[in-house]
Design a binder for this molecule. Structure first.
Ligand code: IMP
Ligand code: MG
Length: 180
């Protein structure tokens, strides 16, 4: 039998109640900040998908969504390679759109720095970053993050969209993984 998430968990870092309460606040803030703008939420697959679906339910203004799939890890690895591959591009042009990138976690920053630069070249009206988690201690490239759910310590986390070797994205909380 495959191992269960309990076998990999050190402890729960952010439980479901805290996650949802913070996401509600973030949604309310975004609704105010973008009240007079035509908002496009751009979800980074796969990790951002749970965050996107909960966040968008807490935003009260009209919005559209689109998806970008990237890969910055080698399979099984626990840190970015720095080389980002686009696995799926956006469906629509973002020229003159107000784009808010929705990401699960910022670690070294390489992934978002690459994505932000690539998207800026398409001349959106604005481009901002909303991340659920920020592992600031690990930052290697300087990027401006506009909305942060939680600052977290330098630990490998999983659940709520984040994977452990592609598994356990479905958990409704964020847990700290055992060291390997
Ligand atoms: P960065 O390029 O180092 O900032 O890595 C960002 C990407 O790595 C995120 O979008 C996540 O998919 C993944 N990642 C970084 N830290 C973790 C973690 O602790 N657990 C799961 N995935 C992570
Ligand atoms: Mg990942």
């Amino acid at each position: 039998m495959a191992l269960a998430w309990q076998d990999y968990l050190t402890k729960i870092l952010i439980d479901e109640t805290r996650l949802q309460a913070r996401i509600k606040e973030m949604g309310q803030q975004i609704s105010v900040d973008y009240a007079d703008k035509d908002l496009l939420l751009l979800c980074i697959l796969k990790g951002g998908v749970l965050f996107l679906t909960d966040l968008m339910r807490q935003i009260s203004i009209p919005l559209e969504i689109d998806f970008l799939a990237v890969s910055s890890y080698d399979k099984g690895a626990r840190s970015s390679t720095g080389v980002v591959r686009i696995l799926k591009d956006l469906e629509q042009p973002i020229y003159k759109r107000h784009v808010l990138i929705v990401e699960d976690i910022i670690d070294s920053g390489y992934t978002l720095a690459y994505i932000a630069q690539m998207l800026s070249a398409r001349k959106p009206a604005s481009i901002k970053i909303c991340t659920l988690l920020d592992k600031k201690e690990r930052r290697e490239v300087n990027i401006a993050v506009d909305y942060v759910g939680f600052d977290i310590p330098n630990e490998y986390v999983f659940g709520y969209g984040l994977d452990l070797d592609e598994k356990f994205r479905n958990l409704p909380f964020i847990g700290i993984a055992k060291a390997v």
